[in-house]
Structure formats: C-alpha cells, structure tokens
Design a protein around this ligand. Structure first.
Ligand code: NAD
Length: 446
C-alpha cells in the first residue's frame, strides 16, 4: 500500500459513496434507541455535540508524526452524513419515540420537548416477540403468524417497504436481552435454520428471526445485546452469501469498558490479579429484564469473557491462573437509567505483596450506549459499501464497541480496548489505501 495521493485515491474510489438516505431499522425503541435517535436529531439541529461518537468526533493520524495530518474520521472516509440518516423500528409497545423516550427518562424534559414534533413521527412497527424468550416483558404490539417462517416473511416485507423510501438499510438490535440459548443443530447451516423456521424450532429466538430477515435481504446487522443472534455458523454463512456485514454483540459501555482498559494495563506491567468482583445496580427496564435469571445468564456470559482472554492465564499461570471473577447485577428501581457499578480488584505485585483497587463508576447507561449504536450503524453501512469488507461476514475491526467480539472460527477474540482501537483505525487506513501505523517510529532517528 502506498501513501501517495493516487494510490490512496484509487483504493478509496472503490468504496461506493454514501449518497442518498441511510435507513436505520432499530429493533426495540427503548432507552438506548430513543437516546440515539433523539441525540442524532439534537446534533442535526445544532443543539448538542455528539460526545462519545468516534465517527463524529474522532480524528485519524495519517503518515508520520511530523506530517501533522490528522483529519476527522468522517472527513477521511465516505461515511453517511447524519442529515441523511432516517430512522424506523419495531417495538412490542405502540408508544412513539417521544413517548418511549419520556418513559425512559434519560433525556431531560426540555430537550425532549424541543424534539417532540420529530420524535412523535417515529412510530414502531409491530414486533416479533414471544415471552418465552424475555420473561419479564409482556407486549401488546406484536405480529401474529402461523410459524416463525411466516414471522420472518413479515419482517422481510417491513424491510422491503422501508427500502422503497431510502437508498440503503442497516438493522440494529437495541431490544431486550433474551434468555440464554446454546447453539444447536438448527444453527449449523442456512438450510437447517430455514427448516427450523418452518418447524418453529424452540432454539430460534425472535432476535434470530430479525437477523435472518436482515441478512436474507443483504442488510447489515448489529447486535447491542448479548443474545446468541448472529453468533452461529448459519448466520455467518448467510452474512457472507448476501454481503451483509455482521459484528460481535453487547455494547461495551461502562463496567466492561473499564475492565478492558485496566486489565491490559495490569498485564502489560506483569501485575497479578487474584480476584475481580463487579457489581451493578440499575433501575431501568433493562435492569428489570436482567433481574430474570435466564436473561441475566446471557449477560453474565458476555461480561465474563473479557478477563480470561486479556489475561491469558495459560501463558501467565503465576499471575492469573486462580483469578476469581464474579459479576452481580441487581435491579434497583430508584436509580432508573443512572447505573452504579463497583469493582473491587485484588491485585498483587513484587514478591506477591497484595494491593487493592476500587472503581466506582456512576454512569448513565444509555448516554454511553447511544453513540456506540450510532457508530456501529454508520460503520456497518461503510462496510457494506466497501468491496474488501462486504462479503467477509464478521467485521472484527468493530470489536472496539462490543463486550463479546465475534471472530473467525479458531481465533480468540481481542478484548484489549487499545488493540481494538488500533485495529479499527488501521482498517480505515487500509480500505482507504494509505500506510498503516505501527508505532515503530525508528525513522525519526535515522
Ligand atoms: N445501555 C447500556 O449501557 C447497554 C449496554 C450493553 C447492552 N445493552 C443492551 O441494549 C438493549 C437495550 O437496552 P435498553 O436500556 O434500551 O432497554 P429497554 O428495556 O429500555 O429497551 C428495550 C426495548 O426493546 C423492546 N423489545 C423487547 N423485545 C422486543 C422484540 N422482540 N422486538 C422489538 N422490541 C422488543 C422493549 O419493549 C423495549 O422498549 C438491552 O438488551 C441491553 O442489555 C445496553
């Protein structure tokens, strides 16, 4: 790859431009989704800044440190402009986005009132839902169908109708966490999955029906929750076959974000860790759903993964072999969306002497998640327009945003936030045909 203007231009020209409207189909118009949608509109009107969004605020260094060339990411790559983003979605409740945002109580009344005329226009389509998969919810705005195949056909009809009004479509799951599901025979191939849709296979949850509908239509799909959804051979195959990019799952917002920053620091300095106790209290609808043990199990699995992969206890048994890692989530209504997380980390240093670190993160769940949802949508749309990315299925470079990165078979997932960030930016440099940055820097000392 060359850095010369022409080489860069040539590669860049291969990416289809982001002309026209980008349609975003959001599954679940709850706290995260409405905060993203209201936020995009607030930014479009100049009422607020898109803080937390790498696509909107991030820069990317090009060339040498002495070149002083660090454009905004959105000026470097052909990303959809926020003014061209159009939202629609599904929910099991008929509330429009204004009503749902008011219920979620994330954004203040003043902001919501300013945005009300716009937010009221976004009304959810009836959802595909079954209480078996989310015990704590009981929706009324739900599609009826003779089997799961019929339901997926109804979603495909929704996608096709929306597609007539926009130029490109991306789907993102911002709906509730489903019960824990292990992959079965039905998930091993597209054919088995399609038979499963016909036979109402119990291992096919609603999130998988949405994902199937999206991928069948060549629509990229992101998953903000820890559900199995596209993490199966059948969905990976469908993603590749139809050039519909997918990525990992479960937005990496608060506690896990901190974990994937701190753990790499301990490992880099060869500090040992004996125990890591993580607890959370939250009082929003997500907290209520996660109060059900089966939905909690799905979340727990997703939150547990990062430390094992970062610490590599098989490589560093003296430091991490017997690490005790515990995660608790408690539903506590008074807190609403303002979650509080505590981490107690028992570390040890030189000659095994013990120390402790306490992290107390008083965060706002949806304020952290909204820019991640937006970035995933914009980057998946970019991947779909990029010939070298669109047919590879999993976009591992988007691991940066997710608690459970998805990888090719046989690869361990990369959880370290800084490696993930470098991978993301190098992928952008790569698709634009400019030099990757290795941080070697010996050339400055020639
Ligand atoms: N906020 C965060 O920091 C964060 C981080 C990681 C993951 N998540 C995940 O993001 C998701 C959304 O979180 P939230 O706080 O917005 O939750 P929420 O409960 O406010 O919103 C979820 C919405 O999905 C709807 N829904 C449920 N099942 C549906 C279905 N089958 N089809 C359509 N709609 C459906 C619900 O009615 C609700 O409106 C959750 O799964 C949560 O675990 C959130």
């Amino acid at each position: 790859m060359g850095t010369d203007e022409q080489g860069g231009q040539k590669a860049a020209n291969k990416i289809e431009p982001a002309t026209g409207k980008l349609g975003v189909m959001v599954v679940g118009l709850g706290a995260v989704a409405t905060t993203m949608i209201a936020g995009v509109e607030a930014v479009r009107r100049g009422l607020a800044k898109p803080i937390g969004s790498l696509t909107q605020m991030g820069t990317i260094r090009l060339g040498k440190r002495t070149d002083n060339k660090s454009p905004l990411i959105k000026d470097f790559i052909p990303l959809a402009d926020l003014k061209d983003v159009v939202f629609t979605g599904w929910d099991i409740f008929a509330d429009n986005v204004y009503e749902s945002a008011a219920h979620a109580k994330v954004l203040d009344e003043k902001t919501l009132t300013q945005l009300k005329p716009y937010l009221e226009t976004i009304k959810p389509l009836p959802a595909v839902f079954d209480q078996y998969y989310v015990k704590r919810l009981n929706g009324t705005h739900v599609k009826k169908g003779k089997n799961k195949r019929d339901l997926s056909n109804q979603l495909i009809a929704d996608i096709r109708a929306f597609r007539k009004t926009v130029d490109r479509v991306v789907m993102i799951w911002c709906a509730s966490t489903e019960i824990f599901i292990e992959p079965t025979a039905v998930h091993q191939s597209i054919e088995a999955f399609e038979k499963g849709l016909d036979n109402d296979d119990i291992a096919i949850a609603p999130s998988q029906i949405y994902a199937y509908a999206a991928l069948s239509e060549g629509v990229p799909f992101a998953n903000g929750a820890p559900n199995l959804t596209v993490d199966t051979p059948a969905m990976i195959e469908l993603s590749k076959r139809n050039a519909a990019p997918i990525c990992g799952k479960d937005f990496k917002t608060g506690q896990t974000l901190m974990k994937t920053v701190l753990a790499p620091a301990f490992k880099a300095r060869m500090l040992g860790v004996r125990g890591w106790f993580s607890t959370n209290i939250l009082g929003n609808r997500d907290g209520e759903v996660l109060d059900d043990p089966q939905s909690f199990k799905t979340k727990e699995e997703s939150k547990l993964g990062s430390l094992d992969y970062i610490f590599q206890p098989e490589l560093y048994p003296d430091l991490y072999k017997n690490l005790y890692h515990k995660i608790r989530i408690n539903y506590y209504p008074p807190r609403g969306d303002d979650k509080e997380a505590w981490d107690n980390i028992d570390i040890f240093g030189w000659l095994g002497y013990p120390m402790q670190i306490k992290v107390n993160f008083l965060c706002r769940d949806s304020i952290l998640a909204a820019p991640i949802a937006l970035d995933l949508v914009l980057f998946l749309d970019l991947a779909k327009r990029t010939p070298s990315l669109r047919s590879i299925g999993i976009q591992e470079w988007l691991s940066f945003y997710l608690k459970s990165p998805q990888t090719a078979a046989g690869l361990y997932p990369e959880h370290d936030l800084f490696i993930q960030s470098m991978k993301l930016k190098n992928t952008l440099r790569h698709i634009m045909g400019v030099d990757l940055i290795t941080h070697l820097g010996l050339e400055y000392y020639d």
